[in-house]
Each structure stands twice: as structure tokens, then as C-alpha cells.
Design a protein around this ligand. Structure first.
Ligand code: COA
Ligand code: MG
Length: 309
């Protein structure tokens, strides 16, 4: 058995790829632990065989306690709040493996009251099982029509929240959409709702899956579109997608160099009493630098830039 993790270990302040792995399959969970994903999500919901819903809880507990997860954020996804499984999923898995878990991913969240209910349950479970108060963090899926409409209130509903995740297939199923080749046109409103809600509350935002997982070129182009839209990362459903996604959401050295150059030029101009400046063919001011400043901050967190840069 691996050493017990400190219950105060800080969880990563970024998420590029989150890998979803069926909770009933220990072999796949072992494989997931060996990937480079920032977070692995052991799934009791839609990725878990319906016939295995109850025994899968024990598999998730065993995996959490015995596998070496490296520096990854470790999460599990219980079944939805409106299913007969939810309560036992939460109490059994947290009760038996709470000190090994970082995040609980809530599916099909409809409104802030769903999150507040789980927040209170976790408060009790943390008391009962002697876990640090607030140690268990939440990421929630925005994947219903209500969820999209309530995204702003959901994002502000609990201090445990770390990220909002957009779930494309459930959302498509609910509104009657087909997931086709351009999800960035067809689902703009829903994606942007999740993204703006997350940002307004200071949370991370992750885009949904590319179900045609064998097509790594598609995974890459969809990741690039998500990143361009503003997302911090994306879900993976297969280990082969993880590296592709991680790479897209990691700022390249070229991007970091360019950002540092432009930010430095702007600061220098400011010291000389100038505001907007021209770098190359482009006007650069405070607003045009904001995304680059975010990338520089991420580059620092990832150790790609020295803290003084
Ligand atoms: N996590 C960890 N390991 C995985 C994995 C995952 N999500 N998906 C596949 N693997 C493993 C397989 O077990 C296999 O391992 P092996 O080489 O040791 O035998 C290897 O990766 C290659 O898998 P492959 O044969 O290409 O795929 P598959 O046919 O076994 O599985 C899926 C395809 C889609 C069924 C599987 O990837 C899966 O269940 N993904 C997750 C689905 C999910 O979580 N859905 C809910 C969230 S939207
Ligand atoms: Mg879903």
C-alpha cells in the first residue's frame, strides 16, 4: 500500500486533461494512474456498467487507497443526485477513502441548491471521518438545460468549487441536438455560458469529450478550438487522448517568449508614461495582453518560466 497522502496537500491549481475511467474496472484504473493526466476521475456514473454500479464503489475505494496516483488530482464521480445510487455512492466512497480523494465531480447539476446540498453532506462526512474541513473539493458538470441557464448561480454556490465542466452529450440529448462536426458553432451558447459562469466566480472551465477517441487529429483540433474559446482544459475518455490534450493546453515556449516580450515592452512603455504601444504590426495595451498574462501565470505554475520572469 502506498503512503497515506497528507490531507493538506494542495491540489493542482490547473487542469489540462481530466481522464474519465470506468469505476468498475481496476485494470483500467491502474492504467489511468500511469498516464500524465492532471486529474483522473473514477466514474460511477455513465462510464460505469449499469450492472456494476454497487460493486464499483468497492473498486473505486480500493483503487484510491492502493494505486500510486503520482501528483495527479484524484476524483470520483457519483451517480446523479436524482438517482437512488447517489447517497450511498457519496457516503461509502468518502467514508472509506476520503483521505485519498481530492475532488468529487457532480453530474447533471441543475441549480445552486444541488451543490449546497452536497456541500452540507460533505461537511458532515468530513466531521464523521475526521477529514480536514473543506478538504473535499467539487467540480460540477453543466450538462442540462437548467444547468446552463443557472450556471452563474451554480458557480457561486460553494467555496469547495474548483471547476465547471461542460458535458456535451447529455446537453445535446436534453435539447435534442446532434453532436456533429462543429460543436463550437452548434453549442456556442451552452459552452460560453459555462465558461463565463466559471470565470465570473474565479473557477477553472473545462470542455467536454471528443467521443471519436481514435481520431487523435480530431481530438487535437477540438482541443485547440476549446483553448481558443478560453477553456483551461478538456476531458479525455481514453489514455491516448491525454497527451494530445495536455500538449494543446500547455503554453508553448514560443508563446511564452512572445508573451513575456510583449508584457515587458508594455511595462517599459508604462514607466516612460506611455500607454498603448505598437509591437510588430499590432497595438498592444492592457486589454490585448490579458490572455497572454494568464498564459504566463500558467507557465509559471507549470514550472516553464522562472518566478522572476
Ligand atoms: N482509462 C484508463 N484506461 C483505459 C481507458 C480509460 N478511460 N480506456 C481504455 N483504456 C485502456 C484499455 O483497458 C486498454 O488497456 P490494455 O492495453 O492494458 O488492455 C488500453 O487502454 C487500450 O484501450 P482500447 O482497446 O483502445 O480501448 P477499449 O476498446 O478497451 O475501450 C472505451 C474503449 C471507450 C470503452 C474506453 O476507452 C472507456 O471506457 N472510456 C471511458 C468512458 C467513460 O468514462 N465514459 C464516461 C465519461 S464521458
Ligand atoms: Mg454526462
Amino acid at each position: 500500500m502506498v503512503a497515506r497522502r497528507s490531507s493538506r496537500a494542495p491540489i493542482l491549481p490547473y487542469r489540462r486533461a481530466e481522464l474519465s475511467t470506468p469505476g468498475h474496472d481496476l485494470k483500467m484504473l491502474r492504467k489511468a494512474a500511469g498516464t500524465s493526466a492532471d486529474m483522473v476521475l473514477m466514474d460511477l456514473e455513465d462510464g460505469c456498467a449499469p450492472s456494476q454500479k454497487v460493486p464499483a464503489r468497492g473498486v473505486v475505494v480500493e483503487a484510491a487507497k492502493t494505486l500510486d496516483w503520482g501528483g495527479k488530482v484524484l476524483a470520483f464521480r457519483p451517480n446523479g443526485l436524482r438517482t437512488p445510487y447517489f447517497f450511498d455512492d457519496l457516503t461509502e466512497v468518502v467514508g472509506q477513502a476520503g483521505e485519498f480523494l481530492d475532488v468529487i465531480v457532480l453530474p447533471k447539476v441543475e441549480g445552486p441548491e444541488d451543490v449546497r446540498y452536497v456541500d452540507r453532506l460533505l461537511e458532515h462526512l468530513e466531521w464523521k471521518h475526521d477529514l480536514d474541513p473543506g478538504r473535499l473539493r467539487l467540480e460540477v458538470l453543466i450538462e442540462t438545460a437548467q444547468g446552463v441557464l443557472n450556471a452563474g448561480a451554480i458557480a457561486r454556490s460553494s467555496p469547495r468549487l474548483v471547476a465547471l465542466l461542460f458535458g456535451i452529450y447529455d446537453y445535446a440529448g436534453e435539447v435534442g441536438a446532434t453532436v456533429g462536426s462543429d460543436t463550437f458553432t452548434d453549442f456556442t451558447f451552452a459552452k460560453q455560458s459555462a465558461l463565463a459562469a466559471a470565470r465570473a466566480a474565479g473557477l477553472l472551465a473545462l470542455d467536454g469529450i471528443t467521443a471519436r477517441f481514435k481520431d487523435l487529429e480530431l481530438t487535437r483540433t477540438e482541443s485547440e478550438s476549446s483553448r481558443r474559446m478560453g477553456f483551461d482544459g478538456k476531458w479525455a475518455i481514453h489514455p491516448s487522448q491525454v497527451d494530445v490534450i495536455q500538449r494543446v493546453f500547455t503554453p508553448s515556449q514560443e508563446e511564452l517568449d512572445r508573451a513575456v516580450r510583449r508584457v515587458t515592452a508594455y511595462r517599459h512603455a508604462d514607466r516612460e508614461g506611455r500607454g498603448a504601444i505598437v509591437v510588430g504590426e499590432e497595438m498592444v495595451d492592457e486589454a490585448t495582453l490579458r490572455t497572454e498574462m494568464r498564459r504566463v501565470a500558467l507557465g509559471r505554475r507549470l514550472g516553464l518560466l522562472s518566478p522572476e520572469t
